[in-house]
Write a protein that binds this ligand. Structure first.
Ligand code: C2E
Ligand code: MG
Ligand code: MG
Ligand code: MG
Length: 286
């Protein structure tokens, strides 16, 4: 009980953890050993240009495979890692691994890394990022850091100053899952995001011609345009969704239609016979 209360106010805004107390406890013990036991891996999902279909980058998505629990969804173990204060070391592993992997790709291809609020407010976060870039030799311009709206709920923690410092390093900042969280537009005035990622729920709605979804995507695209930001549509699975997104003017698309999150060697394989601009992902088998 007390653990739940100590977990931080962000829990009410982020995906709920559907794990019972006992399972949660056992899983937390396993999670504590997961880094040492080499149980984490990263999958990479392509982000393509809405105009050309060319690959602009990949998003790194963390996977945990445990002998007892099998493959655990990040929706389940990330909140657990946050509550157990394991997200900082795990996040460092993600950042270092993703930067190193991106160095194997063509120089135009970016890597996006998800960062949770607990990481941003860790005093060593910026040093860690600088060190990951330095050690991997990845140029800052090729790194994108994705944060969700929930970070703006952390008044007084210095989270927004850290965002400014990230931008100061030349790293691109993306606002993930836009439209699903705390929705005040004030922070878009304060923080210069490069990209707004429109949540999949709006993409689905737009393809079904739900008027509210259409209106919201149009408004986000217009706003991003006038603020000098780009937009990425998340979770496009069907041709209808892709066509609608293109019509609505989002700059980039990410979703199963173009590619599922894939193992590092499969991502690398994509570049074997193609350069990223001409690379069209035809493997649309679900
Ligand atoms: P996210 O950052 O919004 O990542 C996109 C999620 O949508 C991924 O789920 C991806 O597999 C899924 N997705 C992509 N295209 C489609 C599609 O066409 N249809 C559907 N139904 N889903 C699609 P995943 O990998 O399960 O990750 C869930 C969330 O876990 C991520 O959402 C992110 O918030 C968090 N996460 C993942 N890796 C990390 C990490 O390294 N660090 C942190 N802090 N969070 C992470
Ligand atoms: Mg993301
Ligand atoms: Mg997202
Ligand atoms: Mg999402």
């Amino acid at each position: 009980r007390s653990k739940d209360q100590g977990g931080g106010a962000h829990n009410q805004y982020e995906p709920k953890l559907h794990v019972h107390a006992e399972e949660r406890r056992v899983m937390e013990i396993a999670l504590r050993k997961a880094l040492d036991n080499d149980e984490f891996s990263l999958n990479y999902q392509p982000v393509v240009s809405a105009d050309t279909g060319g690959v602009m980058g990949f998003e790194a998505l963390l996977r945990w495979t445990n002998p007892e629990f099998g493959i655990v969804s990040p929706a389940k173990f990330i909140p657990l890692a946050e509550d157990a204060r394991l997200i900082v070391p795990i996040g460092e592993w993600v950042m270092r691994t993703a930067c190193k992997e991106a160095m194997k790709w063509p120089a135009t291809v970016k890597i996006a890394v998800n960062v949770s609020a607990d990481q941003l407010t860790d005093p060593s976060f910026l040093d860690m990022v600088v060190s990951a870039l330095h050690d991997s030799e990845l140029p800052a311009q090729r790194l994108e850091i994705e944060v969700t709206e929930s970070i703006f709920m952390r008044e007084g923690t210095g989270a927004t100053q850290v965002l400014d410092q990230i931008i100061g390093l030349g790293i691109n900042l993306s606002l993930d899952d836009f439209g699903t969280g705390y929705s005040s537009l004030g922070y878009l005035r304060k923080t210069r995001f490069s990209t707004i990622k429109v949540d999949r729920s709006f993409v689905q709605g737009a393809a079904k011609k739900v008027p509210e979804s259409l209106a919201i995507i149009r408004a986000v695209v217009a706003m991003a345009d006038s603020l000098g930001m780009t937009t990425t549509a998340e979770g496009a699975e069907t041709e209808e969704e892709v066509k609608m997104i293109q019509k609505l003017g989002c700059s980039k698309i990410q979703g199963y239609y173009f590619g599922r999150p894939m193992a590092s060697h499969d991502a690398l394989e994509l570049f074997k016979d193609h350069n990223p601009d001409t690379l069209k992902i035809d493997d649309r088998a679900a």
